[in-house]
Design a protein around this ligand. Structure first.
Ligand SMILES: Cc1cc2nc3c(=O)[nH]c(=O)nc-3n(C[C@H](O)[C@H](O)[C@H](O)COP(=O)(O)OP(=O)(O)OC[C@H]3O[C@@H](n4cnc5c(N)ncnc54)[C@H](O)[C@@H]3O)c2cc1C
Length: 462
């Protein structure tokens, strides 16, 4: 049967896999030949929204993707520069008659899609875009009056109830036209970056699928019990794979559903709740979601912010979290909340600075979830913790790391201190252990300052 197109470009972006890839599958069905394409960004200095670990992970994902495509007979074409320029050039050079892609979930990617669709019109070629990164798009789960939900629980109910698409398989072959020039696979040198800290999890579809299988067989059934224990391997550790698309969320959802952990499925709903918030309220990238808190004063970043960034605050749970992040590019969710709340409520530093710092270090850095998590912790976001509910880092340690297993792993200075020394501020202004910092603030005092600051701001708005 003849196909609609003779040559199509599939533009890989946050869908770096062959299995159950919606747009790739469609391009292969509709076109005789497919050009698998990836565009390398050409910035070469420190980037506000990414860093060495994230880029290293990306390099490994691309290496694996190129290998897998080759195995099916095709070849991954890499170019570097501006997306529209490079895609326009490639379309002309290759006589492509269509461009396929999976839709992005953040405003920057969406803007490029709109511009690309216009370019395709100008070039007289077809443009096809597909939902792939989420189970439900931002307009699929809306209130009765058609407006978006602003609160998670009422969003999650229809989200969970909606039928979910089933995953498809993997293509059998890819025929790529010969003779197209390609950049070589990137390395950190491409962006003048150097890796620091320990190694991160390996990138690529094979490694991601192994992690997914391990999560399904070992972690998801007991997820509810261990998800809040940062020292346990209690969560799925799949966030970087969902971010880069090395696994399909459809496949993960259906596999996880078999484990009967409703709590785990609800986490996937949080991910899509934040996609929906970012889609309908893109201003959250600049402003507080809750208008009541816009213009709330924050302190200038000072030496305390520097101490926080190094994991040198004298609060063991905070320092352990930041050191885990610096070493591995990951931080446990419970600790992310405590660390973010500490920056905003104990140090009174603007959540936007913490948001940016996380994006530069997290391998799973996802604009929507990161913004949502930071605004939640700051008390300014959609369905956020109310400003007066301020987590106490010492009692959070007692609830989630009472034996200090997580803390001792990441803060070796505290390896030999008794458990109870990790659960309350040290007395007499002495450090908890030789060589460890004295707490840089008094939590009880800073808590009162935060309450007063939020209250004053609210009164001034009236
Ligand atoms: C301040 C802050 C910043 C965060 N930044 C990010 C980020 O940049 N990228 C990111 O993927 N997650 C972020 N999160 C959410 C959460 O911490 C991570 O998704 C989770 O720790 C990843 O580990 P896991 O894959 O083992 O998660 P699991 O607990 O196994 O959860 C399964 C999946 O559900 C999703 N998920 C779980 N919790 C959340 C949540 N609260 N919000 C959105 N999605 C969720 C993730 O995709 C995750 O992989 C942030 C949370 C906070 C408090």
């Amino acid at each position: 049967m003849s196909k609609n197109y003779s040559r199509a470009i599939h533009w890989f972006r946050r869908d770096l896999r062959l299995t159950d890839n919606t747009a790739l599958e469609a391009s292969l069905q509709e076109s005789d030949q497919v050009i698998p394409f990836y565009l390398l960004s050409n910035w070469t200095k420190e980037h506000l929204w990414t860093g060495p670990k994230r880029q290293q992970f990306l390099c490994e994902c691309l290496e694996s993707l190129a290998k897998n495509i080759k195995h099916l007979g095709g070849s991954l074409i890499l170019r570097q520069g501006d997306a529209l320029e490079e895609l326009g050039k490639l379309a002309k050079e290759s006589n492509a008659d269509a461009i396929f892609l999976n839709q992005d979930v953040d405003p920057f990617g969406k803007e490029t899609e709109q511009a690309l669709s216009r370019l395709c019109d100008e070039l007289g070629i077809a443009f096809h875009s597909f939902k792939d990164a989420a189970l439900h798009g931002p307009d699929e789960v809306l209130k009765g009056d058609g407006s978006p939900y602003r609160v998670y629980t009422p969003y999650s109910k229809p989200w969970l109830a909606l039928e979910k698409a089933k995953p498809k398989g993997k293509p059998r072959s890819i025929a790529t036209p010969a003779g197209l020039a390609s950049e070589k696979l990137p390395s950190l040198d491409t962006w003048n970056l150097k890796l620091d800290g320990m190694e991160t999890l390996p990138g690529g579809e094979k490694a991601a699928r192994a992690r997914m299988k391990a999560a399904v067989s070992e972690r998801i059934e007991t997820y509810e019990k261990y998800r809040d224990v940062p020292s346990a391997p209690g969560t799925s550790r799949l966030s970087q794979d969902l971010r880069w698309g090395t696994i399909s969320v459809r496949e993960l959802f259906h596999r996880a559903k078999e484990c009967r952990s409703q709590q785990y499925l609800k986490e996937l709903a949080w991910r899509e709740f934040y996609f929906t918030i970012l889609h309908h309220f893109p201003e959250v990238l600049e402003l507080e979601f809750n208008k009541d808190w816009r213009g709330l004063p924050w302190d200038e970043p000072d030496e305390k912010f520097e101490a926080w960034k190094k994991g040198q605050t004298g609060f063991p749970i905070i320092d352990a979290g930041i050191r885990e992040l610096l070493a591995t590019g990951f931080m446990h969710n419970r600790v992310r909340m405590v660390v973010a709340m500490f920056l905003t409520k104990d140090l009174h530093i603007d959540w936007r600075l913490g948001e940016q710092f996380f994006m530069q270090h997290l391998v799973d850095g996802e604009i929507a979830a990161n913004n949502g998590g930071w605004q939640w912790s700051a008390g300014t976001g959609a369905d956020a913790a109310p400003y007066f509910r301020i987590q106490n880092p010492w009692s959070q340690t007692k609830s989630h790391d009472a034996k200090g297993l997580y803390i001792r792993k990441w803060v070796p200075e505290l390896a030999d201190v008794p458990e109870k020394a990790l659960l309350a501020p040290p007395e007499n202004g002495q450090p908890i252990a030789p060589g460890y910092v004295i707490p840089i603030v008094d939590h009880s005092h800073e808590r009162l300052l935060t309450l007063a600051r939020f209250k004053k701001h609210r009164e001034e708005q009236r």
